[in-house]
Write a protein that binds this ligand. Structure first.
Ligand code: AMP
Ligand code: ZN
Length: 111
């Protein structure tokens, strides 16, 4: 999608600190981390909201969760991690391309 910053990262048009990539998703470092480890898991296909998930997208997001779990130890997240998906304005979603925040590397507060 034009003018989507995450589509541009997927296309390699703007740089990102990638830590994982396969045919369906990439994981890269958040540019403004709010935890010791703050990564973003992003599907290569553009869609904004969980409410846009049809059956293939549901499977895609399920695979993303499984891959995050599988790679967590290699990402330095042995001690645990938190996954966050901001949806829409009230949640403060700023990038309109579905993404999963992966937070860890420290004891996380709840707020
Ligand atoms: P959200 O508020 O859930 O939409 O989160 C968007 C996240 O994307 C924020 O945590 C931003 O810091 C992050 N972000 C925005 N632009 C970039 C970028 N070019 N590279 C890495 N992370 C980014
Ligand atoms: Zn996009």
């Amino acid at each position: 999608m034009e003018n989507c910053i995450f589509c541009k990262i997927v296309a390699g048009e703007i740089p990102a600190a990638k830590v994982y990539e396969d045919g369906e998703m990439i994981i890269f470092k958040d540019i403004e981390p709010i935890a010791q480890i703050h990564l973003l898991a992003v599907p290569k296909e553009h869609f904004k909201l969980l409410s846009e998930m049809d059956a293939p997208r549901t499977a895609l997001v399920g695979c993303m969760l499984a891959k995050i779990a599988a790679f967590a130890p290699k990402l330095g997240l042995d001690g645990g991690y938190r996954l966050v998906i901001n949806q829409g304005e009230d949640a403060g979603q700023t990038v309109p391309h579905l993404h999963i925040h992966i937070l860890g590397g420290q004891k996380l507060g709840w707020a």
